[in-house]
Design a protein around this ligand. Structure first.
Ligand code: URA
Length: 423
């Protein structure tokens, strides 16, 4: 078989055979298929799509390129969640300890942020001493003891995806639903979780800009999970406005701690509890109300242990930016924030990275001083910009043009929970 056979088969709109899929992904991982050949194949897949069973085989071949983790019997059911990424999406931080406090174990192997959506590891690294890299033995021990681990994914999980995702990033082929779905699901299946809840974001601040595309991605991932024996449920949730009031690494940790202490913004609390309910259902844990567990402080106690187990000091003061300045409303009216605009502003302030090797600023980001839909006066501060590099403020303000609106009439805010897709 040659790479050209596989590329031309997909270019001409055919279904790749199981042998072609297995061969091309194994050969690419070994380095026997060149990047330019894989780029051509990825573009052919983006343009011509894949059949459901073809996507499932592609996912299996990505899993087979590396190791599949098994934590053995840790005495609790394993369940995880994955978000397709959004602005202010810090839900993993309160969710993992909450679900652990309810009796399940959460092995959350995460990545770093790229572009305008933040990465969970970047957020947690703003806590003094916290360590993202753990050995498999450390992960298993922490799962059994604390019940929740959030750490860096290992290079041995789906290495074909690691290579292919970097290639897609520079060849305009990220947006293919078969490639996104197989990329996410190969890593989650290889992680060895027993159940998976997907938070598929829809709106300006998300990968998927329309409900139709988001529903198709969600259904594709639920189908892959089911085909691989992984109980999978997807929630479709709104990402047209930022989640909560904090966007940026340490700012989001502080907001997550508020939620774990029984406070925090209503949308963050509602989404955390909704995802926890689905995770507990998949884990087979009945009769535990995550809203009550959150309010009781039990999830906060797990948070402290989870952070300390990875070397972090949960009581240490979080880093703050050296420069803070307000953005004021230019007129009186009802305020609105666009998720993408706020995400790009936070990114430009230093909260995110443009290239994988860039560093992030722990204290940088954007704080919403008022709720979307709230009435404000002319000259009232509505946002706060936080950065260690004041030169970045002009770029952040430019990003907010058109994304910070003050209108005469309130615009209806989309529902947070748009749909649930079950197997
Ligand atoms: N996240 C992933 O892990 N893979 C994709 O393709 C897109 C988002």
């Amino acid at each position: 078989m040659t790479a050209i056979d596989v590329i031309t088969a997909k270019r001409d709109g055919g279904r790749l055979t199981d042998d072609q899929i297995d061969w091309v992904l194994a050969a690419y991982t070994r380095g026997d298929v060149a990047d330019e050949q894989m780029a051509a194949l990825a573009m052919a897949i983006l343009l011509n799509g894949m059949e459901p069973d073809e996507i499932s085989r592609w996912t299996q071949a990505m899993i087979d390129s590396g190791e599949v983790l098994s934590f053995g019997d840790i005495g609790r059911p394993l369940v995880d969640k994955h978000s397709t990424g959004g602005v202010g999406d810090k839900i993993t931080l309160p969710l993992a300890p909450l679900v652990a406090a309810c009796g399940a174990a959460v092995p959350q192997l995460s990545g770093r942020g790229l572009g305008h959506t933040g990465g969970t590891l970047d957020k947690l690294e703003s806590i003094r001493g916290w360590r993202a890299s753990l050995s498999l033995e450390e992960i298993a021990a922490q799962l059994a003891d604390v019940g929740a681990v959030v750490c860096a994914t290992t290079p041995t999980l789906a290495p074909a995806d690691r290579k292919l995702y970097a290639l897609r990033d520079v060849t305009g082929t990220v947006e293919s639903i078969p490639l996104i779905a197989s990329s996410i699901m190969s890593k989650k299946i290889a992680e060895g979780t027993g159940g998976l809840v997907l938070d598929v974001k829809v709106g300006s601040g998300a990968f998927m800009k329309t409900p139709e595309r988001a529903r198709e991605l969600a259904a594709t991932m639920v189908r892959i999970g089911t085909a691989h024996g992984l109980a999978t449920t997807a929630l479709l949730t709104d990402m047209s406005v930022p989640l909560g009031r904090a966007v940026g690494n340490a700012l989001e940790v502080a907001e997550s701690v508020e939620v774990l202490r029984g406070g925090g913004p209503a949308d963050v609390v509602a989404l955390t509890v909704a995802l926890a309910r689905e995770m507990l259902t998949l884990a087979g844990i009945a009769g535990v109300d995550p809203a009550q567990v959150l309010a009781s402080g039990a999830a906060y106690a797990v948070w402290e242990r989870m952070i300390a187990a990875q070397g972090g000091d949960p009581s240490a003061a979080l880093p703050v930016a050296s420069h803070v300045e307000p953005v004021v409303a230019e007129r009186a009216g009802v305020v609105g924030f666009d998720a993408l605009a706020v995400g790009v502003a936070a990114w430009r302030l230093g909260a995110g990275r443009a290239r994988k090797e860039d560093a992030v600023q722990a204290g940088a980001g954007v704080l919403l001083l008022v709720e979307p839909g709230e009435k404000v006066e002319a000259g009232q501060p509505v946002l706060e910009l936080h950065t260690d590099t004041p030169d970045a403020v002009a770029g952040a303000r430019a990003a907010l043009e058109g994304g910070l609106t003050v209108a005469d009439e309130p615009r209806p805010r989309p529902e947070l929970l748009l749909d649930t897709i079950r197997a």
